[in-house]
Write a protein that binds this ligand. Structure first.
Ligand SMILES: O=C(O)[C@H](O)[C@@H](O)[C@H](O)[C@H](O)COP(=O)(O)O
Length: 294
């Protein structure tokens, strides 16, 4: 297992721009090598700021958007089109501005979709938080997404980490409690060792009902990039880079098969303990540079 590489940027804006430039290079290089690429998006401020920076990047079209598979690491279980859905925010920040192939964009099911619990699939209406209707609906939605992943991996009959594509880059925001995706400390979803996608109830970050990739699915990715900016993340970053217990510190369990990157601003890196090596990212990292420059 490779040690994570920690890159510290002068500020949040530079972190978003530099990471966008890095993502363009990574996806374009994957397409050069394999003719296609895949990315797993995350929600939250840092995830959406990265997508907005990517949309504004002068080099964004070095990515052949029509040959990119777009997945999500987690989703809020809300009706389709709800502005709080990670999918809706990603479309507004980036996807609507680039020429993705709709057939290759894979949003997680919505609460009013075929697996929904009715109009208000959220936790505070309809069948209520964790009520039978919602529980069954979220479980069905999670199973449907797991099947979609397995089919994409050419492993429709398999279970576990083999049943997801080897994502080129899987993005994760990091919560102040060290959650990633919708895997919150001590909740059942972070303990899952077999399934690739699960429903989440009682999430401490609203809305409480969600769908999430599990740690085994996250760890099937070639590269996992964790995004954390702001002083409210400094404690979580320090714990995640020193802890070993992924149940208590889910971000500690997020790593790629080939590379794990922590992309921070100085505020989020402020409490890195002695012995943890971090690199100061050069401002020119944010400048557009041709793919292949690694
Ligand atoms: O659905 C979500 O809310 C996100 O997927 C979640 O995992 C997010 O990435 C973290 O909570 C960090 O969010 P911020 O970047 O806004 O702190």
């Amino acid at each position: 297992m490779t040690a994570p590489r920690i890159l510290v940027h002068r500020d949040t804006e530079l972190m978003a721009r530099a990471t966008a430039a890095r993502l363009v290079r990574a996806l374009a290089d994957a397409q050069t090598a394999r003719g296609t690429a895949s990315v797993v998006l995350t929600g939250g401020r840092n995830g959406n700021a990265l997508l907005a920076a990517l949309a504004a990047s002068p080099d964004r079209d070095a990515v052949d958007w029509a040959r990119l598979d777009v997945w999500w690491g987690d989703e809020r279980f809300l009706p389709g089109g709800d502005p709080d859905r990670n999918e809706v925010q990603a479309r507004e920040a980036l996807l609507d501005a680039v020429g993705v192939d709709p057939a290759r964009v894979h949003p997680m099911p919505a609460a009013d979709g075929p697996h929904g619990a009715g109009e208000s699939g959220g936790a505070d209406g309809g069948a209520g938080d964790g009520g039978d209707g919602t529980e069954a609906a979220v479980a069905g939605a999670a199973e449907a997404y797991a099947r979609e992943l397995a089919e994409a991996a050419g492993a429709a009959d398999e279970h576990g980490p083999a049943a997801v594509p080897a994502f080129d880059v899987l993005l994760l925001g990091v919560g102040p409690d060290t959650h990633v995706a919708s895997l919150f400390p001590e909740l059942s979803a972070v303990r899952e060792t077999e399934r690739t996608v699960v429903g989440v109830h009682g999430a401490p970050k609203p809305p409480p009902v969600r769908i999430s990739l599990t740690l085994p699915a996250i760890r099937a990715a070639r590269e996992v990039w964790l995004l954390a900016a702001g002083e409210d993340k400094a404690g979580a970053v320090a714990r995640a880079l020193t802890a070993t217990g992924e149940i208590q510190v889910p971000a500690a369990g997020a790593r790629g098969t080939e590379r794990t990157l922590w992309l921070l601003d100085r505020a989020a890196a402020a409490r890195l303990p002695e012995g943890v090596t971090a690199e100061e990212a050069a401002p020119e990292d944010a400048a557009a540079s041709p793919p292949g420059s690694g």
